[in-house]
Design a protein around this ligand. Structure first.
Ligand code: AMP
Length: 390
């Protein structure tokens, strides 16, 4: 690298390879932490201001986004809901991995459903809704329980309505009288009666070779992930194989490089895809303590063209999300085999503030650790966890 950087970006004038992450939240931060020991420089881009920032302390760097695009070896993203022009700018460099097509499939439920249907991948029965008449028809065809979702910008349960009766259908149709369906088409999904939610995180290297973490079991409260258990209890080789087959179809259709997360509903021995996330994912945070190479390290390895690290599980892990509450006191740190990951963000209701990975070598040990952590959590987090900890 030539001496083009100055000020607080002059550390870039060395032989370390530069990788750019679009978005500067906790996923960019954890990619930085996962990759820095490999001797790579990770810089985040604030997708609103377009400033280059340090992903950990968020210092704005003396580096323009144009310079960063030019000198980086790879660009990735921590979030699919990105401004279109930023995605196009990244795509034009030919260094964007997993690339604009994958981002669009993750960001727009209509594109995602079209992709899954075109690949013959089972997903929830659904209809595209462009008017209240469409919605009434969808209810007749798929009801009596529907989940209505915005096609874009919906995540963590935001942008969703549950329609469980004709009265509720009427209320929502009234509410949507002035709704701009042209700007934001909706997707009506049949509310499916699944046994549990699981996810598969797979990673594809730059030559198209896939590897996978074991399935993870996920528990939600108010639309947000509360607890992940990994490897997912009671999951056999056949279930893992089915999930991997789905992963490969999607990754190959998207010409994918990096970590791809697939959220699934399990119904007996069948899997339905709920949604895909073209990035590292909350349900893969357990890999930080559970595997030799975490999802963050492996995503960076993949997009940088490096050999992948092992995805084999080394322990049982429970990941507890820490949402909307200030940093816990040090009692949690006193528990052996408990690892706090704090994102250093300002506290806001429903905001993911951090997570705790609990590591054990037996189910009993893990359950006892979950109970101990539960007792140290603030009340709001205990309520969610109490429902599922047994
Ligand atoms: P999503 O934002 O689409 O992942 O939805 C958030 C949560 O709502 C999921 O994790 C499920 O618990 C639930 N959910 C979403 N879609 C459906 C569906 N079609 N049937 C039943 N539950 C659903």
């Amino acid at each position: 690298m030539t001496q083009v950087f100055s000020g607080n970006a002059s550390f870039l004038n060395n032989e370390n390879d530069l990788i750019l992450v679009l978005g500067h939240g906790q996923l960019a931060r954890m990619m930085y932490l996962g990759a820095t020991q490999l001797g790579l420089n990770i810089i985040a881009v604030n997708a609103d201001s377009r400033e280059c920032v340090n992903p950990v302390d968020k210092t704005v760097l003396d580096l323009s986004i144009e310079q960063a695009f030019e000198y980086c070896i790879a660009i990735t993203s921590e979030f699919e809901h990105l401004p279109k022009d930023l995605v196009q700018q990244a795509e034009a460099t030919n260094k964007f991995r997993p690339g604009a097509k994958a981002i669009s499939a993750g960001a727009d439920r209509i594109v995602e459903k079209e992709l899954l249907d075109s690949l013959g991948v089972a997903n929830c029965p659904h209809r595209i809704v462009r008017s209240t008449q469409d919605l009434a028809r969808a209810y007749t065809e798929l009801g009596p329980k529907l989940i209505l979702k915005t096609s874009r910008e919906g995540y963590d349960g935001y942008g969703q309505w549950r329609i469980f009766s004709l009265d509720e259908l009427q209320d929502i149709c009234n509410e949507l009288q002035e709704f701009d369906f042209d700007h934001m088409p909706l997707v009506a999904e049949q509310c499916v009666n699944f046994e549990r939610e699981i996810s598969l995180l797979g990673v594809t290297d730059i030559d198209g070779k896939h590897d996978y973490y074991p399935l993870t079991e996920n528990h939600h409260g108010a639309g947000q992930l509360v607890l992940s258990l990994a490897p997912a209890p009671n999951s056999d080789k056949e279930l893992q194989r089915q999930a991997q087959e789905i992963h490969d179809k999607i990754a190959e259709a998207l010409n994918y490089t990096g970590v791809l997360a697939i959220e699934l509903f399990q119904m007996g021995d069948k899997l339905l895809v709920n949604e895909i996330a073209p990035r590292v994912h909350n349900s893969g945070h357990w890999t930080q303590q559970g595997c030799a190479a975490s999802q963050f390290e492996n995503h960076i390895r993949a997009i940088a063209g490096l050999p992948l690290g092992s995805t084999k599980p080394q322990h049982l892990v429970a990941m507890v999300n820490y949402v909307g509450e200030p940093k816990p006191n040090n009692d949690i740190l006193k528990l052996a085999n408990t690892h706090l990951h704090w994102y250093d963000k300002a506290v806001r209701a429903k905001r993911k503030m951090g997570h705790i990975n609990l590591v054990a070598d037996s189910v009993q040990e893990l359950q006892s650790l979950i109970s101990k952590v539960h007792d140290l959590l603030p009340e709001s987090l205990q309520t969610n966890l109490a429902k599922i900890k047994d």
